[in-house]
Design a protein around this ligand. Structure first.
Ligand SMILES: [Zn+2]
Length: 647
């Protein structure tokens, strides 16, 4: 039994949740008011002791197991929740292996070398002639105070090719270590030289304040590139770091808001002006890992974009990250669709505020600190931002223009998970384009079907059995166990064939179903592995499988082993593997949907008895859920009839 299984077997979900939520028994399940969204009318939060899961049927529309509950409640990652629940359950997690310990020691050595380098660069800034020029630039042109420079540890990299190299060689460091922490660069001849020369140096620390690398800005306007970072090292992974987060984490938590700006100097200027909740992704497009990192401190995130990046209609139209010329090194990637998906996945609130034309955040805040505050207050949801930017300056009387804009925005709106928000955005789009809202609805799959259906009655019979043929995977002992095993089976196949993820998504989309996401798995441990899988196919540093294995923490490794063991007999090259996987995925969705429909019916009946206005809303949800069930069953029927493999 893995540690995760053991913890689950020892902790009763009803006990755990009862500490936060007052639960009332209703049939086989327990209900209460959801602790994650404000509500006091309908107990939309349900715990299912049999499957060891919970779900909010209200605004959150989210659920999971005990790990997911703790993660959501505390804002933790899976490993944090694992440690906490292991302690609570009295389960001993494995100790690190000698290899892991060795790696940790090596990281420690690299970190202390980087700390020393930060001190070295700092002393160059204040005690050398060229350094003093840099200091004057920071003080006079950037308006930075000495306390600020010290707090952020700004420094100066000397102009020679070997100044830094020689300094650290003389202190007994070998070239390998200097290379390993990214301070030097190896030339083609094999010799090494200073990576940063005649530049302002920004030490970059992780969220816990530990040194990770450096950023460096030119002083001579002719030098290129304008900004240079440490290379990828064991400690420096740009996509997983946010500049300033070590100093911003507390303010972000207390203000419950994080502000993302483009550059180092923006962060520093904002902190100096008292806006200490600002961080920077250091010139990369915002990554999911960075958002994950932020989410631990707040789910309310504002992107402060300069007017070029935010208003670039080409960018919005393609809805792609614009990685343009070299001099755009500092441009913050804006991918509305990507951000919306991450917003949904992270249950975050990501907004966009646009800086006045031609101004950087530091210029705005230095002119008028109140203006900065107003700017943040006026930040708009991503969909609204895209909507208004696309519409601005267009002839909205032209039906073609209306059509084009609607075609861009509607898919974005469909990505929004909350039905209430979706309706709001659709109304807003209708007003903006001056069309009737119903004309925006016709393009939606499912919408027309529910209208054909008399008075919106659900198409499903009382037992939750759809009219179409029902297919399930092999039955295991209990429904909860069978779902757990099915999840593990699907993950096992995906671990062996990560490339299938794309094919699964394509097939799902062909069936007009949404792509596979971590939330398709009910169990927190499975969700965590699935997220790694997603990352693994989006990177190109390592083979996806190796990437996943190398990124696993020890307890997770044990879990992955167990999952892989379940799929040993699978021939990963058998073409039927994809169908088997699709069937599994569809079945998982179906199971949770049937559970939800059953509960929604219960809510509806209660609301009808009490004459609650929410009944209409429940009814609509039920109709949508039943439509989804029909689509799922159609898709399932298709794969089952095509399948060759007997079960
Ligand atoms: Zn909720």
């Amino acid at each position: 039994m893995s540690s995760v299984d053991e913890i689950k077997s020892r902790i009763d979900i009803v006990d755990l949740v009862s500490e936060t939520v007052q639960l009332r028994r209703s049939g086989k399940s327990y209900t209460g008011f959801c602790p994650f969204h404000p509500n006091s009318r309908t107990p939309a939060f349900v715990v299912f002791p049999e499957s060891g899961t919970w779900r909010c049927f209200g605004q959150c529309n989210e659920g999971g197991d005990i790990f997911k509950f703790v993660m959501k409640k505390e804002g933790w990652d899976f490993p944090d929740a694992l440690r906490y629940l292991a302690e609570r359950a009295g389960v001993q997690l494995k100790v690190p292996t000698p290899e892991e310990q060795a790696a940790a020691e090596e990281h420690g050595e690299l970190r202390s070398l980087l700390e020393e380098a930060a001190i070295f660069y700092r002393s160059q800034l204040v005690s050398t002639n060229l350094g003093k020029e840099a200091l004057a630039y920071l003080r006079n042109q950037r308006g930075l105070k000495d306390e600020t420079l010290e707090a952020f540890g700004l420094g100066y990299a000397p102009a020679g090719w070997e100044s830094t190299t020689q300094h650290f060689r003389s202190k007994g460091y070998n070239d390998e270590m200097l290379l390993a922490c990214g301070l030097v660069t190896q030339g083609e001849s094999g010799g090494i030289h200073d990576r940063f020369r005649h530049r302002v140096i920004f030490p970059i620390r992780d969220e816990r304040g530990r040194m990770a690398g450096f950023g460096a800005r030119i002083l001579n306007p002719d030098d290129v590139p304008k900004f240079l970072n440490s290379p990828q090292t064991a400690l420096f992974d740009k996509g997983r770091l946010l500049y300033g987060l070590d100093r911003a984490r507390k303010p972000i938590r207390t203000q419950d808001q994080a502000v993302i700006v483009e550059g180092y100097l923006d962060v520093i200027a904002l902190h100096q002006a008292g806006f200490a909740n600002a961080v920077s992704p250091m010139g990369t497009a915002l990554t999911e890992q960075q958002l994950y990192l932020l989410k631990r401190f707040s789910r309310r995130i504002v992107l402060a974009l300069d007017s070029d990046a935010a208003g670039d209609k080409a960018t919005l139209r393609g809805l792609q990250i614009a990685r343009q010329a070299m001099d755009h090194e500092q441009e913050l990637g804006f991918d509305a669709r990507g951000l919306l998906r991450q917003e949904a996945r992270l249950k975050a609130d990501i907004r966009v505020s646009v800086l006045p034309e031609g101004l950087d955040p530091d210029e705005v805040v230095n002119r008028d600190p109140d203006a900065w505050q107003r700017l943040l207050k006026e930040a708009r949801p991503i969909v609204i931002h895209v909507m208004e930017t696309l519409a601005s300056g267009q002839n909205l009387d032209d039906p073609k223009v209306k059509n084009e804009i609607a075609a861009q925005i509607l898919p974005l709106i469909e990505d929004v998970p909350s039905p209430i928000e979706r309706d709001t955005y659709r109304q807003r789009l209708a007003r903006l384009l001056r069309v009737h809202e119903s004309s925006l609805m016709t393009s939606q799959p499912g919408a027309s079907r529910s209208r054909d259906n008399k008075r919106g009655r659900p198409v499903v019979g009382r037992q939750g059995q759809p009219q179409s043929k029902r297919q399930t995977m092999t039955e295991a002992t209990s429904p909860a166990m069978s779902t757990y095993l099915l999840e593990a089976h699907c993950l096992g196949v995906l671990l062996r064939r990560p490339d299938l993820l794309y094919q699964v998504d394509r097939s799902l989309q062909e069936a007009k179903l949404s792509r596979l996401v971590a939330e398709d798995f009910q169990h927190g441990d499975h969700q965590a592995i699935f997220r790694l899988l997603e990352e693994s196919v989006e990177q190109d540093i390592a083979e996806p499988f190796n990437f996943v294995v190398n990124s696993l923490s020890l307890p997770m490794m044990e879990l992955a082993d167990g999952i892989l063991a379940r799929t040993t007999k699978l021939d990963p090259n058998d073409e039927r593997v994809l169908e088997d996987l699709l069937r599994g995925v569809l079945d998982l969705r179906r199971r949770s949907l049937v559970q939800n429909i059953e509960y929604m019916r219960f809510l509806l009946e209660e609301a009808q008895v009490q004459g609650d206005l929410l009944a209409t809303q429940y009814m609509q949800t039920l109709v949508k859920q039943n439509n989804l069930l029909l689509s799922l069953d159609q898709a399932l029927g298709q794969y089952t009839s095509r399948s060759i493999r007997p079960r």
